[in-house]
Design a protein around this ligand. Structure first.
Ligand SMILES: *Cc1c(COP(=O)(O)O)cnc(C)c1O
Length: 333
């Protein structure tokens, strides 16, 4: 028997859980095919919510267990992960240093970057994403010399500890599924640095074997994400002495929906964001959920997801980045 037990893993309970799981009635009616539900992880509670909140419950607990006093993490200037890390660290009484690289969507002080500054986050700016890792390591070394205990969280909080947040999410969905008396056939979510999908795949194996997980890439190459997912799952299995029997068929990633690249707006994304806002009163971010929704709509329309199925969409947060897309969505009055 494995030692893995969600109840006993060190965790900081800073999320508002379970997040709501509700039907998208008007979007379902509009498309006229599969029944669509949404898991509202944009409502996890800290700093406008989002999927990194869940990962950080376990990552920050691990940091505290290791007597760390300062968190270092990385992302682009507009990073959702960095804002959520800075906010979650703050409420755990930990210092936080953000190593931020230039972003393709500009450097206007808005959205996450503005919120980072309200938190007085300690921002260390570098030019390109390739410079971030070495910058984090150099900062950690200096802090060690000063007698501090730094804890480095990788991009997106994506490792075998952060992924536990999404194992828990699938467990939660299993319980909500019973309460709602709905069996979900598909779970569709945006995928970037692989931690969310590694977690949802492990969660599926453990708690919801009949639900297919579909990751929609928001700009990264599929092969790179697949190898990251495999690495995280294998580290997880080693840590907990488990063999989940994951095969290549369990790792589904679609890369047809991100248009010209990460963060680059596409006409389909703009249409999908506006459609969901107008039908459901729910705002999807342009970088992740807007593009994942393009994928969901296409799969349902083409009946790749059959019309008699129940499909659950993960709203993974990211709301503050909407404000960087005023050129795409705004109109002069
Ligand atoms: C980070 C992020 C994702 C992707 O999660 P990964 O674990 O990096 O794959 C999806 N949506 C939003 C809003 C995010 O910030």
């Amino acid at each position: 028997m494995s030692k893995f037990d969600l109840e006993t893993i060190p965790r900081i309970n800073h999320c508002l859980l379970p997040t709501p799981l509700v039907p998208m009635e008007r979007l379902t009616e509009h498309l006229g095919k599969a029944r669509i539900f949404v898991k509202r992880d944009d409502l996890t509670g800290v700093a406008f919510g989002g999927n990194k909140n869940r990962k950080l419950e376990f990552l920050l607990a691990d940091a505290l267990l290791k007597s760390s006093d300062v968190i270092i993490t990385e992302g682009a200037l507009t990073s959702n992960h960095c804002l959520q890390t800075a906010a979650c660290a703050a409420r755990s009484g930990l210092d936080c240093i953000l190593v931020l690289s230039d972003s393709s969507i500009g450097e206007k002080i808005t959205g996450n970057l503005l919120l980072d500054q309200i938190l007085d986050a300690n921002i260390h700016r570098v030019k390109s994403s390739e410079d971030r890792k070495s910058a984090m390591e150099a900062i950690a070394e200096d802090l060690l010399k000063e007698g501090k205990q730094p804890y480095i969280i990788p991009t997106g909080g994506s490792n075998e500890i952060g992924a536990i947040g999404y194992i828990l999410c699938i467990n939660e969905i299993g319980i909500q599924s019973t309460t709602l008396n709905v069996a979900f056939d598909y779970f569709v979510h945006p995928t970037g640095s692989a931690g969310t999908q590694a977690g949802t795949i492990i969660g599926k194996k453990l708690y919801y074997p009949d639900m297919e997980i579909i990751g929609i890439s928001v700009g990264d190459g599929k092969q790179g994400i697949i190898s990251e997912i495999k690495k995280i799952i294998s580290n997880f299995e080693k840590n907990w002495e488990l063999n989940l029997g994951t095969t290549n068929e369990d790792i589904i990633i679609l890369e047809d929906y991100f248009g010209e690249g990460y963060g680059v707006p596409s006409k389909e994304m703009i249409d999908a964001v506006k459609l969901v806002a107008k039908l459901e009163g729910i705002f999807l971010d342009p970088i992740y959920n807007g593009k994942a929704m393009v994928g969901l709509i296409d799969l349902i329309t083409r009946e790749e997801i059959p019309s008699d199925s129940n499909v659950l969409f993960l709203h993974s947060g990211g709301g503050p980045t909407i404000f960087s897309y005023d050129k795409e969505f705004g109109k002069k009055l």
